[in-house]
Design a protein. Structure first.
Length: 414
């Protein structure tokens, strides 16, 4: 789920943690549309938070602990080590299978062979889980330290772990602690309580963190939960602008465009320099098919946040859907800048492909389609389009090189 307002709010919350960690302040904190309580990293380039996790937290400190924990996996080198450990575990399991086959062939006892294979595979899995449990404990300790350095409330780790503890369906006595990738929540909770106490516990009050936390959570819940749920709770918002924003989203979801826009005008009267409220106004206008007005709202947002890729992408989209050579040519540099700032947006690639095709540039259109397919994991389709782009683009040009990158990626993917 890509939303510039929510992602900016999460970066604000992450800032003291990332500073303590020595990681880039602009490290993307991205939201995954998944109701489960989970967060993860897959490389050093972003932290992913499930929407369900964000909505289940109750304080900024709880969410900051999650971010700190995932940042610790990046800073402590766990991603690389986990891949190496997984490769070793896989090789060990394959060796067990080979030994089992050999034992069955030599003894004629297939059950004995199967037992050897399963035993080695189980040992390999437990060894891998042992490494990951150690990494999780290390990440917890590092996260608490960074929260303390950043002046955050380390008690957020404890209250969050109590939420996780309630999600463990089996009784602790029936769980095998060695067959888990994470330590038992009860054990993590004890360690976190000791760590939080050793680092001083509660930090200073941070009103700014509370505002951006409530804003991110309020907007996310307004889009994901039933409108009646939001209406019943909007007045609990800490500020009027958040309350009205949430109600505007409700009206927007019910196709009450006039009501939504009236509320957004009240929000913007209070915060006229907020680019993300201008962006939300643009979204409402766009989906009401008022394309010129949507472009104006997005343009104002882009003036206030000129390096926000998602806002630029929306501005470019509002221009493309209007059609006409002039609007399409004006949209290209906007969309190309959005792509350069953030390569993750499939919508940007789609709009670039559409604009280039309509302007009679089939090579660039094919390249954009190829990159969009590659982003979504459709590597065979990406390969076909990249080959087409290679034949149409000037050999050695930057665009041609990008097509080569897609071809190489598709070949590595098999």
């Amino acid at each position: 789920m890509r939303d510039p307002d929510i992602e900016y709010s999460l970066r604000r919350l992450a800032k003291p943690v990332l500073q303590a960690a020595g990681l880039p302040a602009n490290l993307p904190i991205l939201v995954v549309d998944d109701g489960r309580l989970n967060a993860f990293v897959v490389d050093r380039n972003a932290i992913y938070l499930n929407s369900g996790l964000i909505l289940r937290t109750s304080t900024p400190a709880e969410l900051q602990f999650v971010i700190a924990h995932e940042a610790a996996h990046i800073a402590n080198g766990h991603i690389t080590r986990r891949r190496l450990n997984a490769d070793y575990s896989n090789r060990l399991a394959q060796l067990g299978l080979a030994l089992g086959v050999a034992a069955a062939a030599s003894s004629g006892n297939s059950e004995a062979g199967a037992g050897i294979a399963m035993g080695v595979a189980s040992s390999a899995q437990r060894s891998l889980y042992g490494h990951t449990r150690a990494e999780e404990s290390s990440a917890d300790q590092t996260a608490i330290r960074w929260m303390s350095i950043g002046g955050l409330d380390t008690g957020g780790a404890i209250s969050l772990m109590q939420v996780f503890r309630g999600q463990e369906h089996l009784k602790a006595s029936r769980m095998d602690p060695y067959a888990r990738s994470h330590p038992l929540s009860r054990d993590r909770l004890r360690r976190l309580e000791a760590l939080a106490k050793s680092y001083g516990g509660k930090g200073a009050d941070r009103p700014s963190d509370s505002y951006w936390y409530e804003r991110a959570k309020g907007k996310l819940s307004a889009f994901l939960r039933e409108p009646r749920w939001t209406e019943a709770r909007a007045k609990q918002s800490p500020t009027k602008d958040i309350e009205r924003m949430r109600l505007a989203v409700v009206k927007h979801r019910r196709s009450d465009w006039q009501g939504a826009l009236a509320l957004m005008e009240q929000v913007l009267a209070e915060r006229p320099g907020d680019p993300f409220y201008h962006e939300l106004k643009g979204q409402i206008l766009l989906e009401a098919r008022q394309f010129k007005s949507a472009e104006a709202a997005y343009r104002r947002a882009s003036e206030l946040a000129p390096r926000d890729a998602l806002i630029l992408a929306s501005l470019g989209h509002a221009m493309v859907v209007q059609g006409g050579e002039a609007r399409l040519r004006a949209a290209l540099p906007v969309l190309e800048r959005a792509r350069a700032l953030d390569y993750r947006s499939g919508r940007v690639m789609r709009d670039l492909g559409s604009a280039y095709a309509q302007l009679g540039q089939p090579g660039m259109a094919a390249l954009s389609v190829a990159e969009r397919h590659a982003l979504s994991g459709r590597m065979k389709d990406a390969h076909i389009q990249a080959e087409r782009a290679t034949g149409l683009l000037s050999r050695g040009s930057p665009a041609w090189q990008r097509a080569q990158d897609v071809l190489n990626a598709s070949k590595e993917d098999g």
